[in-house]
Design a protein around this ligand. Structure first.
Ligand SMILES: C[S@@+](CC[C@H](N)C(=O)[O-])C[C@H]1O[C@@H](n2cnc3c(N)ncnc32)[C@H](O)[C@@H]1O
Length: 373
């Protein structure tokens, strides 16, 4: 059974196969969501005028996106303060959070790059002083003292559950059979268990962050969800269906045992916008300032807009590398590293066939929340 805290981490490094190289889509999303982040940042700054503004990026990983997020905040504050001639007043304290298995060494080494951000400030804007610390711990636990944080940000993380949904595995056998996530043949019980785990995790996450935020503090959360209300029609079902099929083919070849596959379940869930809204409303802890769903091509290097994949061979390679950089730590820990090449070769071929038939997209939910006192 997958243990999220021990087994999940993105592939580190900056070379071929690293998460940093294939997280380009997340970079584009960071740029697209900049206005939402800017509004939350400036509003919380203007309302509270903190001397030290505490900002946390939850699930920061090791790629370029957490640097981009911090640079954006530094520039936004610099620009706002210079308009009001308030440069000396605020200092920024960033906390970069991820699970302990994240490559914090690589992350800290790459912090040098953020220095460039100070030179990209608009002419005349003086960047505020900033301090950066790492915070290796699950965000499904308390991370900060009460009433401490002004702004939380989390990008491409909250679709991960805290654990494999309870009840999916009974006496060593998964009731998902050989699927690793909800598929068209999953029973209503399987769906219910995934949904309950999501509801439990997301409500708890809201409660924890509510305790840690200062009154009036904000959160901007970006994560994978589902466009269709029908839980069987999410694009994560599609994507992870190919992972299941690739693993099944290894069972047929005798490379993986059926029992091993049946105990491998991905701790993820892609909710619809309505499911998310319902939990926020039930919590009565946050005002929902903004929520929007947009779609992003599976291939992180395909910026085309139409409904046809122009180069399915190349796109399937990029998608394979992206998904491998996200899943390989969990797959290697469960099945052993020796099957990685075989499973992702099979996965790529299934994705290539699929892309010839249709272009599927990730559904990305962006939301901005303000703490209710
Ligand atoms: C796809 S990466 C996103 C990285 C970065 N935010 C970006 O936008 O490129 C998801 C990250 O969430 C982290 N993560 C997943 N569950 C977590 C948890 N419970 N606590 C802290 N980090 C978690 C993973 O370790 C991983 O680094």
């Amino acid at each position: 059974m997958v243990n999220v805290e021990c087994d999940l981490h993105m592939t580190s490094g900056e070379g071929e196969g690293s998460y940093a190289k294939y997280s380009r889509r997340q970079t584009i999303v960071t740029n697209e969501t900049k206005p939402v982040i800017e509004k939350a940042t400036i509003e919380v700054y203007k309302a509270l005028l903190p001397k030290t503004m505490v900002i946390a990026d939850l699930g920061c990983s090791t790629g370029p996106n957490t640097m981009l997020f911090m640079s954006n905040i530094i520039n936004m504050i610099a620009h706002h303060c210079s308009k009001l001639d308030e440069q000396d007043h605020v200092e920024l304290q960033f906390f970069l959070n991820d699970l302990p298995g994240n490559d914090f060494n690589q992350l800290f080494r790459s912090l040098e790059k953020i220095k460039n951000s100070t030179t990209t400030c608009d002419k005349g804007d003086i960047p505020p002083s900033y301090y950066i610390s790492g915070l290796p711990k699950s965000y499904y636990s308390r991370l900060f003292p009460r009433h401490n944080v002004h702004l939380f940000h989390s990008s491409y993380c909250l679709h991960w559950r805290s654990q494999v949904p309870e009840g999916l595995e009974a006496s060593g056998e998964s009731i998902l059979n050989q699927d690793v996530y909800i598929s068209s043949t999953s029973s209503p019980l399987v769906v219910k268990l995934f949904q309950e785990q999501f509801q439990k995790d997301f409500s708890f996450f809201l409660q924890l962050r509510h305790e840690e935020l200062v009154n009036g503090g904000r959160m901007v959360l970006i994560f994978l969800g589902r466009k269709d209300e029908d839980v069987y029609k999410g694009d994560l079902n599609h994507m992870f269906g190919f992972v299941s099929k690739a693993l099944e083919s290894l069972v047929e070849k005798g490379l993986v045992s059926k029992e091993k596959l049946e105990s491998f379940i991905l701790p993820v869930y892609g909710p619809s916008v309505d499911e998310v809204k319902e939990i926020v409303a039930k919590s009565r802890m946050f005002d929902l300032d903004h929520i929007k769903l947009f779609e992003a091509n599976w291939d992180p290097y395909d910026d085309s807009e139409g409904d046809v994949v122009l180069d399915s061979a190349n796109s399937s390679l990029n998608i394979r590398n992206l998904i491998r950089s996200v899943l390989e730590s969990m797959i290697a820990s469960h099945f052993g590293g020796s099957i990685l090449d075989a499973i992702f070769q099979e996965f790529r071929s299934l994705v290539a066939q699929h892309l010839k038939r249709e272009k599927t997209k990730f559904a990305v939910i962006v939301m901005s929340l303000k703490k209710i006192y």
